[in-house]
Ligand binder design. Structure first.
Ligand SMILES: Nc1nc2c(c(=O)[nH]1)N[C@@H](CNc1ccc(C(=O)N[C@@H](CCC(=O)N[C@@H](CCC(=O)N[C@@H](CCC(=O)O)C(=O)O)C(=O)O)C(=O)O)cc1)CN2
Ligand code: MET
Ligand SMILES: [Zn+2]
Length: 758
């Protein structure tokens, strides 16, 4: 049986690409040196896949920052503002990705958004009325050639034209339909080039097909591909989908002249039913996504083999594949030195998944496969009892009642009590929580981890960072302070490390955006809080100031969504277990005299099901309650904040209000504040802090631009309800730009406060 990979992680086994790129940004290495690192990684990844016997090895899945941005460049759609800087090709690309501020000019980065239901972020393509879409680059062709040079014949991978158009934002009067013809022509030109190169298969990724589509969308898709496929020549075209099923377009898709169709049998709840109902054309190859590309648990060979065997009645020509790109899992288990064997034996990261695919291709269809060594070894893992149960936690979740989810004083009444108690005045300024993770802050953690310093020394250093952070905020004149999160490597991993039931890794990095990676902790058993986690740090921070210092926690939905979840119990069960743990922490913080507690739900929107019909039943019906569970026990005078990034929650504004927080801060600066209209229209009750500047870019926002944002916000939001803050935490920023940006923020706030009080 043949096998295919949709994409492979690109940051490198030990994040080599991240470190090289960041050196390049700091001008410590040249373009050529950066390109050498990238080339080395590509070669290594191709060789690995070749060694594992993968038949369809992807190329062009590599990216210096983001593969949607790569496509934008390839289609000549990079906005003029970046080209006008007159920088080198590479630097123009990075200017679009990160913003640019320097001798050549001052431009903001492109907007960044969540890639479907993952923690990966892409840069949003922008289409202007004068954008001229055409093939304008060589990356996919060069990378094919590069692989060929080392003896690997690859399957180039490009995001398809339909997904490109669906993700793009039109900035003028034209709509995506106005660009469809040029897009089709550009893909024809792409296919021409692949024909010249003698490419056998090309993969067009069309994940937008798994979203709810209108008839017009399906018509756009069909028209686009009718045109493109008429020119495919000798190249075979694989239409690759993932993250769900293609229930709205299946019949049209199988009717088109694709040579292969890639379907997701894991997240695609209706994929099998679609095959049952409509069959699968005999002249096409079925690329069956059966190995999980998103989670780190080993595949159960028995189940996978049964699934593939069941597909043979639909197609004689099956290639097995991952369910999505392996971009979303870490590189390899080999780097994990401290995982117990009875834990690590359950896991398969990207490299180990290659081995799984290899073994599966050998087992499927082989007679007597049940007695083969690889099968027996796999089944041994699945027959073993995994004991990590906590009966006490299970009982606590089972005995939750309605009352556990409701604060006993309603929000409007709490508001008056809180205003009286906190005395913040109108338009309070605050930040989202983290302050720059400086070299010293990171070293403190790594020294402690390596045993070079004691816990007491570690805590002493943290107290020093907290003290500096409080002093800085006092000096800047912010109203509500934070302790700065210098004890955290990450807002989720940190809680994973401090909760029983979690496993955490050393080097299991996954790209989140650009050079930024996360190390999602693994939920291995039932979750329980054993000891207070943050109280020591928050209490100390509050002791240094008369202003309120926010307690800072991550909420259950976000902890769950940014972890690798168990597959043997429901998401709801896990969310409630985590919710109970965070609730204990909330109550301890309140007991320690913390007056404002922020519970971040940065990832709430991320795993909202792609299909609207599943929003409530599959998600919101437990996600919102699990948040309420965290704070329902606090006194009315304790103010509860939450925070969300990449907001785009227009359509669930009422659900967000139902979280019953007192204040919410959210990202709005890159998405131009459109969310605010939705808040007004839905009579949003929660006080709001729409972020006034983008913290994902190193550029320093001016006072004027933030005044403009605030004035705009005040046209829609009552001044009694408005907070002033950046759009997310400051951990990725440097101290200098943070100080300057926040000084400007406070100055902008003062101008607005003065204007409002006259
Ligand atoms: N989980 C999560 N998802 C999120 C966000 C988030 O904050 N967390 N924010 C949004 C945007 N995404 C982001 C993702 C990552 C980072 C980020 O800053 N990541 C850091 C890593 C942070 C971290 O965990 N650092 C560790 C590990 C540091 C490290 O590299 N250690 C070295 C050793 C260094 C030494 O010994 O000195 C190693 O492990 O190899 C620490 O500081 O303790 C990075 O890529 O640079 C920011 C935003 C959406 N998704
Ligand atoms: C990705 S949301 C970040 C929230 C967190 N409190 C921080 O400031 O870093
Ligand atoms: Zn955030």
């Amino acid at each position: 049986m043949n096998s295919s990979l949709i994409g492979f992680p690109r940051v490198g086994k030990l994040r080599e690409l991240k470190f090289a790129s960041e050196k390049y940004f700091r001008k410590e290495i040249s373009t050529e040196e950066l390109e050498q690192v990238a080339k080395g990684l590509r070669e290594m990844h191709w060789n690995l896949q070749q060694d594992a016997g993968i038949s369809h090895i992807p190329s062009n899945d590599f990216s210096y920052y983001d593969n949607v941005l790569d496509l934008t460049v390839l289609l000549n759609a990079l906005p003029e503002s970046y080209k006008q800087l007159g920088l080198s090709e590479r630097d123009t690309y990075f200017a679009a990705a990160r913003g640019y501020q320097g001798e050549a000019g001052d431009v903001k980065a492109l907007a960044m958004k969540k890639w479907f239901n993952t923690n990966y972020h892409y840069l949003v393509p922008e289409l202007f009325d004068d954008s001229e879409i055409k093939l304008a680059g060589d990356k996919p062709f060069d990378e094919y050639e590069e692989a060929k040079q080392i003896g690997v014949l690859t399957k180039p991978v490009i995001i398809g034209g339909f997904t490109f158009l669906k993700l793009a934002k039109c900035k003028g009067s034209k709509t995506i339909n106005d660009f469809a013809e040029d897009v089709a022509n550009a893909y024809i030109a792409i296919l021409d080039r692949f024909n010249e190169q003698g490419v056998e298969w090309v993969q067009f990724d069309e994940p937008s097909l798994v979203t709810d589509l209108t008839q017009a969308d399906v018509a756009l898709f069909t028209a686009l591909y009718e045109k493109v496929l008429a020119h495919k020549g000798n190249v075979k075209v694989l239409l690759q989908t993932y993250f769900g099923d293609i229930r709205d377009s299946y019949e049209e898709v199988v009717g088109l002249d694709f040579d292969g169709i890639g379907l997701d049998f894991l997240e695609g709840k209706q994929t099998l039913a679609l095959l049952e109902r409509h069959g699968f054309p005999a002249d096409k190859t079925l690329f069956a996504g059966v190995v999980n590309g998103k989670n780190i648990w080993k595949s159960d060979y028995k189940k996978v083999i049964a699934l593939v065997n069941g597909l043979e009645k639909f197609s004689q020509d099956i290639v097995i594949s991952t369910s999505c790109s392996l971009l979303h899992v870490p590189y390899t288990l080999e780097n994990e030195t401290s995982l117990a064997p009875d834990v690590s034996r359950y896991f398969a990261f990207a490299k180990e998944k290659l081995q799984e695919i290899k073994e599966l291709t050998e087992l499927i269809g082989a007679s007597g496969y049940e007695n083969k060594e690889s099968y027996l070894a796999n089944q041994q893992v699945f027959s073993a009892e995994r004991v990590y149960e906590d009966k006490h936690v299970q009982a606590s979740v089972a005995s939750l009642t309605e009352r556990d989810f409701v604060r006993n004083v309603p929000r409007t009444k709490r508001r008056a009590i809180q205003k009286e108690k906190l005395q913040l005045g109108l338009l309070p300024t605050t930040t989202i929580g983290s302050f720059p993770q400086t070299k010293e802050v990171k070293q403190n953690r790594s020294k402690y981890r390596k045993g070079d310093i004691t816990k007491a020394e570690y805590d002493e250093n943290i107290k020093g960072f907290i003290k500096d952070c409080i002093e800085l905020q006092e000096e800047l004149g912010l109203d509500v302070l934070v302790h700065g999160e210098s004890e955290r490597n990450d807002m989720v991993e940190f809680f994973g490390e401090n909760l029983a039931g979690y496993i955490f890794t050393e080097k299991a990095w996954v790209q989140s955006y650009g050079t930024r990676c996360v190390k999602p902790p693994i939920i291995f058993g039932d979750i329980r809080r054993e000891n207070p986690i943050t109280v020591f740090y928050s209490e100390y921070a509050q002791s240094l100031s008369d202003k309120p210092v926010k307690g800072m926690l991550t909420g259950p939905v976000t902890i769950l969504n940014w972890s690798f979840p168990r597959e043997d119990i429901s998401l709801k069960e896990m969310a409630f277990q985590i919710g109970l743990a965070i609730r204990e922490e909330v109550l301890d913080l309140e007991e320690a005299g913390i007056k404002i507690i922020q519970i971040d739900e940065a990832a709430l929107k991320e795993k909202l099901p792609i299909r609207r019909e599943e929003w409530n039943s599959e998600y919101l019906d437990w996600a919102i309650p699990s948040f309420r569970l965290c704070h329902s026990g606090v006194r009315p005078e304790t103010q509860v904040h939450t925070h969300m990034c990449y907001s785009e929650f227009e359509e669930i504004v009422t659900d967000i209000d139902n979280m019953d927080a007192d204040v919410i801060s959210f990202e709005a600066s890159r998405s131009k504040l459109t969310i605010i209209d939705a808040l007004k229209a839905n009579r949003f009750e929660t006080e709001v802090g729409p972020g006034v500047y983008d913290i994902h870019s190193p550029r320093v926002p001016s006072v004027e631009e933030m005044v403009a944002v605030l004035k705009n916000a005040l046209t829609k939001i009552d001044e009694e309800n408005l907070w002033i803050n950046p759009d997310c935490g400051l951990k990725t920023r440097g101290i200098k730009e943070t100080r300057e940006s926040l000084a400007n923020l406070v100055a902008a706030a003062q101008i607005i406060k003065d204007a409002v009080s006259v």
